[in-house]
Design a binder for this molecule. Structure first.
Ligand code: TXA
Ligand code: MG
Length: 361
């Protein structure tokens, strides 16, 4: 049975923390998305996370902590000065740092997949911080969705994917203000590289560290090479994806109309996901609005809810036309998720080329 604890009740959060500590799987809200937590020191609990999500075991988990001193047991010290600067600037917040694992670290092997690095993050969501402080153990937490699906930004999304497979959820309502997962920044090598873009941007990291940052995005000319040796193991799968295939369109109203008409001519029931202002002007069979024009933050916040809506019965379609956004600020992260959900770049798909869903994060 999956129990629901109220995130605004102190006693509930305390109980959830005890459950977490004792090896139970507990989902909880963060400022990015809901996470599925397990005691990171408990190998069996961590293995159950992979099972509940249907997640491939070669994709390591982020460890969540509530206090800076929690780093001492987990990673090699002293931290490089640029890492200290990043922590001072962005923690608590949506930045996961991949650091060298301490040799005597008590972290369960399944968390890191046997690698000698570990991704660590201190979330800023008050419920997450309260839960982690009360649990008094580091908590491994991937997004609380079934592998491959859009991440959850609401307690109901978690229930719809994982009810019966996990022990409980701390309900924080719709309080994932960012809506996309944290930036994953690899600080363990010679170069600083972003393995997954998020709300903390490459420019912000460069401004703080005065070091150049490489973005390892999983599309572009060298896609095939990167897919063979993914830096962040999660890069090689299609994910964030609703059931229907996605056709990502780069352009304004006119391009969207053209694409919608083209699919309709082929007899398809067409969905459109675009900013609120555009929907009423198109001939799409189903329109789900996502954010507002000129506000990428609102698009990010609503994206997973909007993608998930297309899996709900009266709204299911054969193809979802999605309007691309400008790749500045959090737009880089939005486009990264959309490309993975579409599994393609910007080209016209014929029905036989439409991607099938696959395992993911
Ligand atoms: O915002 C978030 O980060 C959310 C919330 C719950 O905190 N968590 C999340 O976790 O998105 P997950 O497991 O869905 O994504 C973790 C990402 C994956 O792309 C994984 O490959 C990468 O972090 N990662 C984890 N440990 C790593 C490591 N040691 N080296 C490289 N990449 C790592
Ligand atoms: Mg995930």
């Amino acid at each position: 049975m999956t129990r629901i604890w109220e995130g605004d009740k102190e006693l509930d959060v305390y109980e959830a923390a005890q459950a977490l500590k004792s090896g139970k799987l507990v989902a909880f809200p963060t400022e990015t998305v809901y996470g599925l937590g397990a005691n990171a020191l408990d190998e069996q609990a961590v293995l159950r996370v992979f099972e509940a999500k249907g997640r491939p075991q070669d994709n390591p988990l982020i460890v969540h902590i509530a206090a800076y001193k929690d780093l001492d047991d987990l990673v090699q010290k002293p931290l490089p000065p640029f890492v200290q600067l990043l922590i001072e600037k962005f923690w608590p917040g949506p930045l996961s740092l991949v650091l060298k694992l301490k040799e005597s670290s008590p972290i369960a092997q399944a968390v890191t997949g046997g690698q000698n690095t570990v991704a660590i993050r201190m979330p800023s969501h008050p419920i997450a911080l309260a839960l982690l402080s009360a649990a008094k153990v580091p908590v491994a937490a991937p997004s609380a969705n079934t592998s491959g699906k859009p991440s959850p930004t609401h307690c109901l999304h978690v229930l719809s994917d994982l009810q019966g497979k996990i022990d409980g959820i701390v309900d924080g309502g719709e309080t994932c203000g960012i809506g996309l997962e944290s930036t994953v920044l690899d600080c363990s090598g010679e170069r600083l590289s972003i393995l997954r873009p998020g709300a903390v941007t490459a420019e912000q990291v460069e401004a703080v560290t005065k070091m150049p940052v490489v973005i390892f995005s999983s599309e572009g000319n060298n896609q095939k090479e990167e897919m063979k040796i993914p830096r962040a193991p999660g890069m090689k799968y299609r994910h964030y994806a609703p059931k229907a295939p996605i056709d990502l369109v780069n352009g304004g109203l006119e391009q969207l109309q053209l694409r919608i008409s083209e699919w309709k001519r082929q007899g398809k029931r067409v969905g459109l996901l675009a900013v609120k202002e555009l929907g009423q002007h198109t001939q799409a069979d189903v329109f789900i609005s996502c954010g507002q024009q000129n506000c990428l933050e609102s698009y990010a916040r609503e994206l997973y809810r909007a993608l998930r809506a297309f899996d709900d019965d009266p709204l299911t379609v054969d193809i979802i036309v999605v309007q691309a956004v400008e790749e500045t600020g959090i737009g880089v992260a939005i486009m990264n998720r959309l490309r993975k959900a579409a599994s393609t770049g910007f080209y016209m798909l014929t029905p036989s080329e439409l991607p099938v869903n696959n395992d993911g994060e």
